[in-house]
Design a binder for this molecule. Structure first.
Ligand code: PXP
Length: 259
């Protein structure tokens, strides 16, 4: 059976770790803007970059260049601090994805606690939404988080897929299946209450198909694996392969051939 409405699935390529490589030596190479342009040519629908408080990879000048020079939407990931909100309002990216940030973490370790942080998030979300930025909240696949995201007026939630990907990598099939069910249920619930649903974190060639098959997910944001794979096969080939895998999984799921 073919579903009547197959939602197209977009790919956002996160270029943070091109900046990580650049910053390992200082200087200008490799240039994240060049990576963004190459990603777009290879099939990315948008570019994602995380401006962290400590500027460990992407720096302010990268965001300014990306905002002015790329031909696809820019999704700015950031913490909900006064400094970052001021940068977002000045830069006016297509979208902002609010993430939790902890100085000691190696990467964004969990979703934003929207339930516990509702009062703190209301002003930043409102300011950015009123200025025309599409606001996304990066959350765990938990319906309570989605309810509050909706109440805050966010247009989008990005479901954190890190736990699912870690479980797959650890070979814990049963727990991975359970987490995939949690993601699938959360995506359906998010759409039902009027949120646009994205997903990201830790996605690789191994995990992309199951996530791309979740019909309510309309965007994947993928970074670290693609930049790592680019070392071996080049960025355009890595992105082309990811695009092909996600599109095939989506088409297969839509045709009812996947469970
Ligand atoms: N989505 C969000 C909200 C993130 O914080 C990150 C990591 O910066 C990603 C997606 C991409 O994760 P990865 O680099 O593991 O693919």
């Amino acid at each position: 059976m073919v579903l009547e409405t197959v939602r197209p699935l977009r790919l956002g390529v996160n270029i943070d770790h091109v900046a990580t490589l650049r910053n390992a030596r200082g200087g200008r190479d490799p240039d994240p803007l060049r990576a963004a342009q190459m990603a777009i040519d290879a099939g990315a629908d948008g570019i994602t970059a995380h401006l962290r408080e400590d500027r460990r990879h992407i720096v302010d000048a990268d965001i300014a260049r990306l905002a002015h020079e790329i031909a696809r939407p820019l999704n700015l990931e950031m913490a909900a601090t006064d400094e970052m909100v001021a940068i977002a309002l000045r830069t006016a990216p297509h979208a902002v994805c609010l993430v939790p940030e902890n100085r000691a973490e190696r990467t964004t370790e969990g979703g934003l606690d929207v339930v516990g942080g509702e009062a703190r998030l209301a002003v930043p979300v409102g300011l950015m939404r009123d200025s025309g930025i599409r606001v996304s909240l990066f959350v765990e696949p938990d319906p309570r988080q989605l309810d509050v995201a909706r109440k805050l007026g966010a247009a989008v939630v990005e479901l954190h897929t890190g736990r699912y990907c870690d479980l797959v990598a650890a070979g814990d099939g049963e727990a991975a299946e359970a987490e995939l069910r949690r993601l699938t249920e959360a995506a359906a619930y998010g759409e039902e209450i009027g949120l646009e649903v994205h997903a990201g974190h830790g996605i690789s060639f191994e995990t992309v198909a199951a996530i791309a098959a979740v019909p309510q997910v309309v965007e994947l944001n993928i970074g670290h694996f693609l930049v790592g794979e680019a070392v071996f096969v080049g960025l355009a080939t890595a992105i082309g392969e990811m695009r092909a895998r996600m599109d095939a999984a989506r088409a297969e799921a839509a045709a009812g051939e996947r469970p």
